[in-house]
Design a protein around this ligand. Structure first.
Ligand code: 2AM
Length: 483
């Protein structure tokens, strides 16, 4: 083997790992490959990596010896115990200033834990969200690194070189301390759930409410992709709608309507509940997948539970334009909710998140890449302290133009009995968010009535009082609270 020392080691030779190594190699970095099943190292060197500068290692000790200092070791292994095991085994082999990068789908709290545990050793830890699938890994992923800030300058040249670029700007920048990178990646995945669900609802409305054929729907998506909805997901939806099976018939209707999920959307929903942020659209998107998986129950219910006998009688062209605008408005609301969650988590964990740079990281390379993210980047660049995307002058104007269409779509869906949970929740959030007065006064009164939880008067916010609602005297309601 050559005497040359490697710039970085990568552990985990599944497809993502292999492709990231090949990508790094293309950009002139020498990578040392390693894998738990060591036989895969030679397999990789003799096949995919043949003729490259990539080197291999026979053990962790061998790998560490082959690295330039400060050593950089990247993990692309299964999240959870596999990461924990490798980090534990690596720590005794590394020294102060060396860097471990976890590029897998770890939960941000695990990353936070490792950052804390390794801090006294002086070994730096980075948790990096990697998005873009196999193709992204090979030719330009979106990379979201967070962790010990001192490590960033050492890995920046490698990660910014291999990441996707938009207008020559890398879709990779420092996100923030400890688990910030993995948290941002988790929210990215949640947003992806929301975008996908919105597109699915638009598809269902075209198919079942308007009664359109697949090629016609493909044409609509093709047109949408030329405007402000221009995005990877709209583009692939067009292609999926067009796709014909070997028998010459469209493949899509043959696919069973029961959705799978790996859990990152769920984790975004759990975080939203934990931090108390109304990320309603992503929540509905996760639940829509859960509902879809109850296929047998749905088939039974479809024969028993009535819907509506109304037929679509509107103007098709006009409805499709409403649908386009409703999709845009709902997407904007979903991203606004996602950024609300980021802002709250940043407050709790003291992360100094740069929202414009997060939008830029998602602008290219990843599944939610879109022209729209360029507008979000601009909004945060103009006003880094922007409290909510919906309040940005550009987006405020855009949603003002689209909100009536969203109402049309939600109303039509309800009247014609087509489920549209993501569209509906977007509208409900929008109307709640723009309400100066909500019925929570009644809610507070109820809480005080049965549980003596106290309430504030409109004229005296911050001062909590209790009323004896029943006239029975004392704190009588406390006893009913347990019911
Ligand atoms: P393997 O090839 O030895 O199975 C994706 O599955 C990557 O994670 C693979 O490189 C795989 O190694 C690794 N991996 C999965 N589970 C692991 C574990 N418990 N310990 C170490 N590596 C693991």
């Amino acid at each position: 083997m050559s005497e040359q020392k490697a710039d970085i080691a990568l552990i985990g030779l599944a497809v993502m790992g292999q492709n990231l190594i090949l990508n790094m190699n293309d950009h002139g970095f020498v990578v040392c490959a390693f894998n738990r099943t060591v036989a895969k190292v030679d397999q990789f060197l003799n096949n995919e990596a043949k003729g490259t500068k990539i080197i291999g290692a026979k053990s962790l000790e061998d790998m560490v010896k082959k690295l330039k200092k400060p050593r950089k070791v990247m993990l692309l292994v299964k999240a959870g115990s596999a990461v924990d095991e490798f980090v534990k085994n690596l720590v005794p082999l590394l020294e102060k200033g060396d860097i471990i990068i976890d590029g897998g789908n770890s939960q941000y709290l695990d990353t936070q834990r490792w950052c804390k545990e390794l801090a006294p050793t002086g070994i730096h830890y980075i948790g990096m969200g990697v998005s873009g699938g196999e193709d992204g890994a090979r030719y330009g992923p979106s990379l979201m690194p967070g962790g010990h800030p001192a490590a960033w300058s050492h890995v920046k040249p490698i990660f910014q070189a291999i990441s996707a670029k938009v207008n020559n700007e890398p879709c990779c920048d420092w996100v923030g301390e400890d688990g910030a990178g993995h948290f941002v990646k988790m929210v990215h995945n949640g947003i992806e759930y929301g975008d996908m669900q919105l597109i699915c609802e638009a598809y269902q409305l075209m198919k079942d409410v308007v009664g359109m054929e697949q090629d016609e729907m493909a044409e609509v998506f093709e047109n949408w992709n030329k405007g402000e909805l221009d995005s990877f997901l709209i583009e692939i939806t067009r292609d999926i709608l067009k796709f014909k099976d070997n028998d010459g018939k469209h493949l899509l209707p043959k696919i069973r309507d029961s959705a799978g999920q790996k859990g990152t959307g769920k984790w975004t929903g759990i975080s939203a509940l934990e931090y108390g942020v109304p990320v309603t659209l992503i929540g509905e998107a996760v639940f829509a997948r859960c509902l879809s998986s109850l296929k047998d129950e749905r088939v039974t219910a479809s024969k028993l539970l009535p819907g509506s006998s109304q037929k679509f009688s509107g103007d098709k062209k006009q409805f499709l334009e409403h649908l386009r605008k409703a999709l845009y408005a709902s997407k904007l609301i979903s991203y606004a909710q996602g950024f609300m969650l980021l802002r709250e988590a940043a407050k709790v964990h003291n992360w100094n998140l740069n929202y414009g740079s997060i939008a830029l990281m998602w602008r290219g390379g990843c599944i939610i890449r879109s022209a729209f993210l360029g507008n979000i980047k601009d909004a945060f660049t103009k006003n880094p302290a922007l409290s909510n995307l919906l309040l940005d002058p550009y987006f405020c104007e855009r949603i003002s133009e689209c909100q009536l269409s969203l109402r049309q779509v939600v109303a039509q869906a309800a009247l014609l009995a087509a489920p549209a949970p993501a569209f509906s929740s977007a509208l409900a959030f929008y109307d709640g968010y723009r309400s100066a007065v909500l019925p929570a006064n009644l809610l507070q009164a109820q809480r005080d009535y049965f549980g003596a939880h106290t309430y504030e008067l409109v004229t005296k916010p911050g001062t909590f009082v209790h009323t004896n609602w029943t006239g029975h005297g004392g704190n009588v309601s406390a006893s009913t609270y347990n019911n």
